[in-house]
Design a binder for this molecule. Structure first.
Ligand SMILES: *Cc1c(COP(=O)(O)O)cnc(C)c1O
Length: 532
């Protein structure tokens, strides 16, 4: 062995050289600074061709600056989404308290699978999960859960428990040809299709219940579906309700869904399915649970107070759920990956146990120390717990309340402005979230009338297609003429989730997620629409 060279490698890459690290870190921060003067959207064009053709690896050992240089163009060419003009979707900016947490986590690099690999980081996960559980379930005795890489996986955990509940032994024996279904709403996130496929249920057996105009699952149709399914001798593994749909922020009625599910299961003398709530985006409304509507400490307007009151009423029903998905990397403004899967009652985790035959339930100690006994993952990052606890205690409950209330204010303002334009129509006027979905038709058209005809089923297919084409055309026109330094970046959805007479409804979309987005941005949107 070349001892001298080896020692150099160890000294460079396995010994912490503070000065060099700080220097490089500062360079990254300076790049962020410089970037803030540019328009959002990535300040470098992509070069995918060479990414595959030239995946170079240095031959000789180098230093930390080589590491920096290897990734810098890609770092520079990536938008950090701090710009107030980003309204496309529920995406970043991550807050800087979360950064402190995330960096601390990376410095220790714990693996949350077992206590012996992660020590107090595992304890921090218990704390973070319990903090979030108390927020969403409000009063809960024995919540438990884990962090994982995203809402998709959190939903997968919920679906998995449901299958095991109605088909015990499925973990070892598989589905054994059982007729088994899962239920979601027509406005649910596509991740539910992913889990139905990956869990072996099959996407054909994930049944979506159409939503009403509020983008909430139609409860009569849910009842009929469950009744019919049981009569056809199908097993119902789970209902995944959506608490805040991704496009229009529709809210399923959790308490009513619970009542209907339990009633139908009882009539059919079948085990109760899992009621999992996909709260990936909507969970953040729970920060407002204790906002005092009478004292109104933030001096919110009457309209916003009404929205907060409605949010409180919806959130109260979450305690009826068996489990929930909380994406802290969405409206917790945390870093990826920070999704939490939380069960309302700890004993439900027994359904995830790897060797159920041997261990019918976990002892307290095992739960606490070895989540790997039931988690999908073997190696699990701790970014989630670090991001959550750093953010919650940096920003504080009141801070979060203010941030959420600001989002609601901006969304409301946007809706108000659009409702003054006759050729525009807000599709989710009553929703309680930061999302606005709307139509923009050519001037002279009456958007409200056209919408009512669509809902009534009196709009011809030709007219409908023409209007939708006009709307997309206007959206593209705005994109090609906007001033990237001043005009907000919006998005376009082909289906908002409400499909009257089975026709999907497209819309322009804006999500008021970024706390820096102000009224000026909204005024510019009005201006850009008026001048199309
Ligand atoms: C974003 C989202 C998901 C998926 O979550 P990821 O963290 O992106 O995997 C699931 N459900 C809803 C409602 C979402 O908005």
């Amino acid at each position: 062995m070349k001892e001298k060279e080896l020692k150099k490698i160890i000294d460079t890459f396995f010994v912490c050289n503070k000065e060099e690290l700080v220097e490089i870190f500062e360079e990254f921060l300076n790049a962020l600074d410089a970037e803030s003067n540019l328009s959002p959207g990535g300040c470098m064009s992509r070069n995918y061709e060479t990414a595959q053709a030239n995946p170079e690896i240095h031959n000789l050992p180098g230093n930390l600056k080589d590491a920096r240089d290897a990734i810098f163009p890609y770092f520079w060419g990536t938008d950090e989404w701090y710009s107030k003009l980003h309204l496309e979707n529920v995406k970043g900016p991550a807050n800087y308290a979360s950064l402190i947490g995330a960096i601390a986590c990376l410095l220790k690099n714990p693996n949350l699978c077992v206590d012996t690999y992660s020590h107090r980081s595992n304890e921090l996960e218990v704390k973070a999960i319990t903090a979030l559980a108390n927020l969403v379930f409000y009063h809960t005795d024995s919540p438990w859960g884990i962090f994982n890489m995203g809402g998709t996986i959190s939903n997968l955990y919920g679906g998995r428990i449901g299958i095991e509940k109605v088909l015990p032994g499925a973990m070892t024996k598989g589905l054994q040809g059982s007729k088994i279904i899962g239920v979601v709403s027509g406005a649910a996130h596509y991740s539910n299709e992913t889990l139905a496929g990956w869990l072996g249920l099959g996407t054909d057996h994930l049944i979506s219940v159409p939503t009403d105009e509020r983008f909430a699952m139609d409860l009569n149709l849910l009842e009929q579906l469950l009744n019919r399914s049981y009569r056809e001798n199908k097993k119902v593994a789970f209902v995944i309700a959506t608490f805040g749909t991704t496009d229009a922020f529709g809210m399923d009625d959790i308490a009513e869904i619970r009542r209907i599910m339990d009633e139908q299961a009882e009539i059919a003398q079948q085990p109760k399915p899992q009621l999992h709530v996909d709260g990936a985006v909507g969970w953040m409304l729970c920060f407002l649970n204790e906002y005092d509507l009478i004292k109104n400490p933030f001096s919110l307007t009457t309209e916003i107070l009404q929205i907060v009151e409605k949010a409180q009423k919806c959130s109260e029903k979450l305690k009826e759920a068996d489990s929930i998905t909380v994406d802290f990397h969405k409206m917790g403004w945390g870093h990826y990956p920070s999704s939490a899967f939380i069960v309302n009652r700890r004993e439900d985790l027994k359904y995830l146990n790897r060797s159920k035959a041997q261990i019918p339930y976990f002892s307290e100690a095992k739960y606490r120390h070895d989540p790997a006994l039931f988690t999908l993952e073997c190696s699990r990052p701790a970014i989630g717990p670090y991001s959550v606890m750093a953010s919650l205690n940096g920003i504080g409950l009141t801070g979060y309340q203010m941030l959420i209330a600001r989002s609601l204010e901006m969304a409301f303002k946007m809706k108000q402005i659009l409702s003054e334009l006759k050729y525009c129509k807000v599709l989710n006027p009553k929703s309680v979230g930061p999302n606005v979905v709307w139509w923009v038709l050519p001037k002279g058209r009456n958007a409200e009338e056209i919408y009512q005809e669509l809902v009534a089923g009196t709009l011809s297919k030709e007219d409908k297609n023409r209007y939708f084409e006009e709307m997309k055309h206007l959206f593209d026109k705005r994109v090609s003429t906007l001033d990237p330094m001043k005009d907000a970046r919006l998005s376009y959805t082909n289906s908002t989730g409400y499909s009257p007479h089975e026709s999907q409804i497209p819309a322009w979309k804006a999500v008021f997620f970024n706390p820096r987005t102000d009224e000026e941005v909204i005024e510019r949107i009005r201006h850009s629409i008026e001048h199309l």
